[in-house]
Ligand binder design. Sequence first.
Ligand SMILES: Cc1cc2nc3c(=O)[nH]c(=O)nc-3n(C[C@H](O)[C@H](O)[C@H](O)COP(=O)(O)OP(=O)(O)OC[C@H]3O[C@@H](n4cnc5c(N)ncnc54)[C@H](O)[C@@H]3O)c2cc1C
Length: 293
Amino acid sequence: MTEPKPRVSFEFFPPKTDVGVKRLRETIQALSVLQPSFVSVTFGAGGSTREGSYHIASEIVRTTQLDVTPHVSCIGWSVGELRDMLICYREAGIRSVVALRGDPPENEPNARRAFAHANELVAFIRELGGFRISVACYPEFHPEAATPEDDLNNFVRKVRAGADEAITQYFYSNDSYYRFVERVRRMGVTSPIVPGLMPMTDYEQVARFSKFCGADIPRFIRLQMEQYVGDKAAQQELGIELASRQAEDLLRNGAPGLHMYTLNRAEPTLRVFENLGLARVPLAEARSSASLS
Ligand SMILES: Cc1cc2nc3c(=O)[nH]c(=O)nc-3n(C[C@H](O)[C@H](O)[C@H](O)COP(=O)(O)OP(=O)(O)OC[C@H]3O[C@@H](n4cnc5c(N)ncnc54)[C@H](O)[C@@H]3O)c2cc1C
């Protein structure tokens, strides 16, 4: 008997250029071979890529067999506009969304927002009906949270508002995920909490981004990566090895699946899945169909 495959999902962002769109199409084709449960498409703050998100999500529905889960945030529009977008998604055959508060763009801190917090958006979507709802959670706590306890309580609020599952912010210390899961289980949350993984293929970029989103880069990773400053190929090799070990440990310890932040690139995810023995079909074909750099 074959072992059940863990549930995997891949996250993409809407590219801003034609070259980026071409590359994303190749990435989607390559990663389809891994048979994800769904692929998700991010939603830019301030409406900058709102249309981009819709176009990419509906193209994936039209041109592939994949289930698509668009992200929807509260920022940059009214409740009415948000409702219209959800109805468009429903009519396009989309049956799940990731519901987020989102972040206002740096130059527009007072951007319009349909709701103040994600729990209100979750309740709104639940009321509208027709969608499975995922929400974000933060094993190392959201940077704006006054205290870790507040953040846990606010997460539980989203679940009680009707979220079906949660996807975590990326993290590099599995202990923070295990502790988070243990604490919210004690608070009565039973829904799946899927770890989000971002293979560290560009250390400088991840280090910059991590300062904003509150993800910690542990010392043992920092010190190893700092040996390879300016050497992206060496960083990628190490990043893939670390992500493979991290994913293996998570699955061995009961994580319900993996959500991969792909940054629209196929190769790091393909390599991690090969290392885990989760690629049950030859990946040579997947590679030849994509520009894998
Ligand atoms: C899996 C995942 C996908 C993401 N995708 C996107 C994307 O596509 N587009 C994008 O712009 N961003 C995205 N983000 C980033 C996210 O939008 C930011 O982290 C944002 O700052 C918080 O969004 P949230 O939905 O977690 O907000 P909330 O759950 O609303 O939490 C935000 C902050 O407010 C606090 N809080 C929550 N509810 C309440 C309440 N009722 N009263 C008082 N305080 C409260 C929380 O503790 C937290 O500090 C994603 C994050 C993750 C983990």
